[in-house]
Design a protein around this ligand. Structure first.
Ligand SMILES: NC(=O)c1ccc[n+]([C@@H]2O[C@H](COP(=O)([O-])OP(=O)(O)OC[C@H]3O[C@@H](n4cnc5c(N)ncnc54)[C@H](OP(=O)(O)O)[C@@H]3O)[C@@H](O)[C@H]2O)c1
Length: 170
């Protein structure tokens, strides 16, 4: 199981409930990596999508105590109410196919259980109000791969993979 995200130089991931950057090459990477797979998100991330709708061509799992069963049925996503319900649901899938896609609260909840984190690092400071854990200063995490810098939409980005050296089982 892995998380996928982009962040700025300070591990910032969001501002005012939305993303700070729109970078087509990163969006393409996110789409091609998650298509046909299982994406898991918190309710605020679902609400940040156009019309609050789940992502197409993927199995969407949403963790929320307040979203109705009816909305989940109509919009075609799997609704879970707690971390333990989520863990039960995740046992149905191959762990390599599961992507935690945010936001900060869900990343925080799932971090100890992840095998790896796919981070697109944006060489900018976006003034975030929401942050990911700083993996560079955590000895449990090792930077395994880092691409060359790629320029897109005025930003310089690098695709990085971190591995968890102390993964917890659920
Ligand atoms: N840079 C990136 O790659 C990236 C990716 C995704 C999101 N983001 C950004 O992150 C921000 C949103 O993050 P966020 O932390 O505010 O929200 P979030 O994690 O998307 O959603 C939080 C909500 O999820 C539910 N939830 C999360 N953990 C739970 C748990 N352990 N048990 C029960 N329910 C749980 C709760 O929903 P209920 O209140 O409904 O119970 C909670 O209010 C936005 O700015 C978004 O744009 C950035």
């Amino acid at each position: 199981m892995q998380a996928i995200l982009h962040c700025d130089r300070e591990w910032g991931i969001g501002k005012n409930g939305t993303l700070m950057f729109s970078i087509p090459k990163d969006m393409k990477f996110f789409r091609s990596t998650t298509l046909g797979k299982v994406v898991v998100m918190g309710s605020r991330t679902l609400d940040s999508f156009p019309g609050g709708k789940p992502l197409k061509k993927r199995t969407n799992i949403v963790l929320s105590t307040r979203i109705s069963e009816e909305r989940a049925r109509e919009d075609g996503f799997v609704l879970v109410r707690s971390k333990s319900e989520l863990f039960c649901e995740l046992k149905k899938y191959d762990s390599d196919d599961v992507f935690i896609i945010g936001g900060a609260q869900l990343y925080y909840t799932m971090l100890p259980y992840l095998d790896r984190v796919l981070v697109t690092k944006v060489d900018a400071v976006g003034g975030a109000d929401t942050f990911f854990h700083d993996l560079d200063s955590d000895p449990d995490w090792r930077l395994e791969k880092e691409s060359e810098s790629v320029e897109d939409n005025g930003y310089s980005i690098r695709f990085c993979t971190y591995v968890n050296l102390n993964r917890r089982l659920f």
